[in-house]
Design a protein around this ligand. Structure first.
Ligand code: MN
Length: 429
């Protein structure tokens, strides 16, 4: 397998942390044993949690105003693959990529699959793009799958069908559809007619899904449409997924809700009705900030994982969510942010595994409010870093991925090897 970072460098960096980690792990193990928890068992479970990297997430992102590229940013998909391989090699929790078309268009998808496999990487859900115009065909300025002009809708449907074809060659099993369709002014769009057109278009896409594929519908309450979006919330999402059929499910992007919405409760509802497709993980203070997972609201992230672990433990029918990151790294090194975020997700998962479920259930039944709440807080407040770091180490990763990445000199090597074209003024990537 191709590994972009020298294994001896990882070993050297790990050697300076190995003893401390062993002591921290042993000490945590003693404390968890008092709670009747086997730390080795938890570590094994934590090691099974993986999240897909969005191919657009390895290049520096930006805002509507500007983008400030990092030296060594990947210039094409093959360079993105190499960066994803670094994230996986050091973090050992991101073996899949979620590609985006047409940004990731290549001439030979079988070759792309082989190149990814050589790094030990494979492909998760493919993402279509009908929110920006491509090369001078019909415009999506006033919508795509819901456009008033049937020719534009056909073009958007056709693009999604092509994404499925590319995904089949890459070994993907799902298509994620997010549309920017909506309206900026009251009166601009007929709410009912636009939803009818959406369903008509989506039925055509759904009809062409392979039997073992799923269709992930992603809702978002605003942006780029600032008055209304066609698939604005989980309610519209759920109703559309229900109309389309069993293979259609609802994708929850953590940044696509109003600031005070109780996302963990939405997750619980979608799990109950067997309609949870999975996640686009990120974090936010205000809107779709696309900050690193776990950076702003780690307790919310834990509460979401609490619902996921509860579903896992009760063998909830149809429960098999896809986990993907969807972040924009504007002021950090994207490789570092991706490793940090994937680690934060494992921390939240690990903390959720530590919840004393029987104590929680009896406190809930007895209406012992404080004990129920404190049962969750006890798990959330446990420092689980020794477990997450040990899970990485067991699979050849770095105890401290970011320190190791910095010591490797990878970024400065790439800054020389990947001279950038003129900085583009475009924002969000
Ligand atoms: Mn998303």
């Amino acid at each position: 397998m191709q590994t972009p970072i020298d294994a001896s460098l990882i070993e050297l960096e790990n050697s300076s942390h190995r003893q401390n980690l062993a002591e921290d792990y042993a000490s945590l193990g003693i404390r968890l044993a008092r709670r009747n928890i086997n730390i080795d068992q938890i570590k094994k479970q934590v090691a099974t949690f993986n999240v897909a990297i969005p191919t657009w997430g390895v290049a520096t992102g930006g805002t509507r105003f500007a983008r400030f590229p990092n030296p060594g940013d990947p210039r094409d998909l093959y360079e993105k693959l190499e960066d994803c391989a670094v994230v996986q090699q050091l973090g050992q929790s991101t073996p899949t990529l979620s590609p985006h078309f047409p940004w990731d268009d290549v001439s030979d998808y079988n070759e792309l699959r082989e190149r990814a496999n050589a790094y030990g990487l494979s492909f998760d859900a493919v993402n279509s793009n009908t929110f920006a115009d491509q090369h001078g065909q019909l415009s999506y300025k006033y919508g795509s799958l819901t456009h008033t002009n049937s020719a534009v809708r056909s073009q958007a449907v056709q693009h999604n069908l092509e994404c499925i074809e590319k995904g089949i060659q890459l070994g993907s099993k799902a298509l994620t559809v997010w549309i920017g369709d909506g309206s900026n002014f009251p009166g601009q769009q007929d709410f009912t007619a636009s939803l009818e057109r959406y369903l008509e278009s989506m039925r055509k896409i759904y009809a062409r899904l392979p039997d073992d594929w799923q269709l992930f519908i992603e809702h978002k309450l605003y942006e780029p449409a600032f008055y209304a979006t066609v698939i604005q919330d989980w309610g519209s999402n759920y109703l559309c997924a229900q109309e389309l059929g069993n293979k259609a499910k609802c994708l929850v992007d953590l940044g696509h809700h109003a600031p005070t919405v109780n996302i963990e409760m939405i997750v619980a509802r979608l799990i109950h009705f067997e309609k949870l497709a999975g996640f686009h993980f990120n974090d936010s203070k205000y809107g779709d900030d696309d900050l690193d997972s776990g950076s702003i609201q780690p307790f919310q992230l834990f509460l979401i994982f609490n619902e996921l672990v509860a579903a896992e433990l009760r063998n909830q029918p149809g429960f098999s969510p896809s986990y993907m990151l969807d972040q924009s790294h504007n002021v950090t090194d994207p490789i570092e942010s991706l490793m940090n975020s994937a680690g934060n997700l494992r921390k939240a998962y690990c903390q959720a595994l530590l919840v004393d479920r029987s104590r929680l259930a009896s406190a809930q039944n007895d209406n012992d409010v404080l004990l129920a709440h404190n049962t969750l807080k006890q798990a959330f407040e446990t420092d689980v870093e020794p477990i997450v770091a040990s899970a990485r180490l067991d699979f050849g990763g770095a105890i401290d991925p970011i320190e190791t990445f910095r010591a490797s000199g990878y970024r400065s090597r790439k800054a020389k090897a990947r001279p950038q074209q003129l900085a583009s003024g475009s924002g969000i990537v």
